[in-house]
Design a protein around this ligand. Structure first.
Ligand code: ADP
Length: 438
């Protein structure tokens, strides 16, 4: 490059010197230098014009012929342009391959720009979501998928969990939506047809609910007779009496199991939210405390701490059932002489319903699976204390229906703390607070 610059420099010097020499005999050296400089300028202007013409009118063609620095510049630009064209071609081919493979997919794939407007989609999206080729391009996704649950999910920007909804063009088609953010805030919406899976899941739920329901009546009859015979135990031979006691305990266990299964089915099937009301947590905690005191029968001390004044918007029956399950578990598993606390306290902008004990605790390896149905740390102990293995599964479902989540903290020998974390939207100021503000 240095050589080229030197060439240009000497071109300038030669023209200026030639101009000066030419003007010398006529005593017009300055005029001669000016002519030399003008010639140099004219040369560069001509090359600039050639460059402009080439780039604007025929960029695909070979560059204009030129020597020196300009020739090098043209060559470099030409090579750069060729490289760019090649990269673009490769990108186009990759994009086409991606579009072809997405086209072959059975799932819907919709690409959105950073505003949420439709850019591209495959034919599955036309079948499942009713998108029309060309016509819907550039439309905002929420103009086409108008279900409020999808609109909330889309704007919520929390895409960790998928969303299940019926198809907007066929109610019988159940779709699972998953959104992925990529690039410059662009989004990829995928929808999978899970109709079969949904139907199977529904059949499973209905089956469990029906069997539990059918078992209820015979169990009530059995329990009734056993109760009557139990009252006459002193008139029966001792062996029969012992059998009766066991039969009664097992019938009770089955009744508890059936009741828990029915409750779980109801929690899964019902949409929820219908009997939501602001709950006075103070009263609720004290009510559960007195039930727990009766169950504990003096083996533990049980206290209530209320540090949050706002009420919880929820179903009294369900929240009470969740709190009772956590509290009764603490009574059954913490061990004798322990202390159990039921707490309602602020947590960030939301609130926390907490049951903590200083009992035997749980090994952390069990924590991730604790809310699964029938998962027990110690099966013998759970059965002996009347556990159905469904308590924490019920708690998890109740919390899901109240936009809350369960956090469990425990170490062996250091007690266990179960926290139900409710968002601020689930809290309501009490009438007294509203009056105080007004
Ligand atoms: P179960 O009917 O067996 O109590 P749960 O779903 O209510 O079923 O609880 C699952 C398991 O979690 C229990 O079997 C028990 O081992 C453990 N667990 C629950 N709460 C506590 C607690 N406060 N302390 C120690 N272990 C607990």
């Amino acid at each position: 490059m240095g050589r080229l610059w030197r060439g240009e420099f000497w071109r300038l010097v030669t023209l200026v010197a030639a101009g000066a020499l030419f003007g010398w005999p006529f005593s017009a050296v300055v005029a001669g230098i000016t002519v030399g400089l003008s010639l140099c300028l004219a040369f560069h202007l001509r090359q600039l014009h050639a460059l402009y013409q080439w780039l604007t009118l025929r960029p695909q063609e070979e560059p204009p012929a030129a020597s020196g620095l300009w020739g090098e510049l043209f060559d470099r630009l030409y090579r750069y342009q060729k490289r760019q064209a090649l990269t673009q071609q490769r990108l186009r081919a990759t994009l086409q391959r991606i579009q072809e493979s997405s086209e072959a997919m059975r799932d819907s794939v919709v690409m959105l720009d950073r505003h949420g407007d439709l850019e591209w989609w495959n034919s599955a999206a036309e079948r499942m979501l009713g998108l029309k080729p060309q016509l819907d391009r550039g439309q905002h996704i929420t103009n086409l998928l108008r279900d409020p649950r999808f609109v909330d999910y889309f704007h919520g920007r929390d895409y960790r969990e998928p969303l299940t909804l019926p198809s907007p063009i066929d109610e019988r088609l159940i779709l699972q939506f998953q959104i992925t953010l990529y690039g410059d805030d662009e989004r990829l919406v995928m929808a999978r047809d899970i109709t079969r899976l949904h139907r199977l899941e529904q059949m499973r739920r209905d089956f469990v609910a029906n069997v539990s329901h059918e078992l209820r009546t015979p169990l009530t009859v059995l329990a009734g007779y056993l109760e009557t015979y139990g009252d006459m135990a002193d008139q029966l031979p001792p062996r029969l009496g012992r059998g009766l006691v066991q039969m009664k305990a097992q019938t009770e266990r089955m009744q508890n199991l059936v009741n828990d299964l029915l409750l779980l089915s109801r929690l899964e099937i019902d949409q929820g939210g219908r009997d939501d009301a602001p709950l006075a947590m103070d009263e609720l905690l004290h009510a559960v405390q007195s039930d727990a005191v009766a169950l504990s029968d003096g083996r533990q001390s049980i206290t209530v701490e209320v540090e949050e004044s706002r009420a919880l918007l929820g179903s009294e029956q369900e929240i009470r059932s969740a709190l009772s399950n956590l509290t009764f578990n603490a009574v059954r598993y913490a061990g004798e002489g322990r202390h159990i606390v039921l707490r309602w306290r602020p947590h960030g902008a939301g609130a926390c319903l907490e049951v903590a004990d200083d009992g035997e605790g749980i090994d952390p390896v069990h924590l991730p699976r604790l809310t699964e149905r029938f998962y027990r740390v110690d099966k013998g102990r759970s059965t002996a204390t009347g556990g159905t293995g469904l308590g924490l599964a019920i708690v998890k479902h109740v919390l899901l229906r109240h936009d809350a989540r369960l956090e469990i903290d425990s170490l062996p020998g250091r007690g266990a703390t179960f926290r139900c974390l409710f968002p601020a939207e689930r809290l309501r100021d009490t009438a007294a607070e509203r009056a105080q503000r007004a």
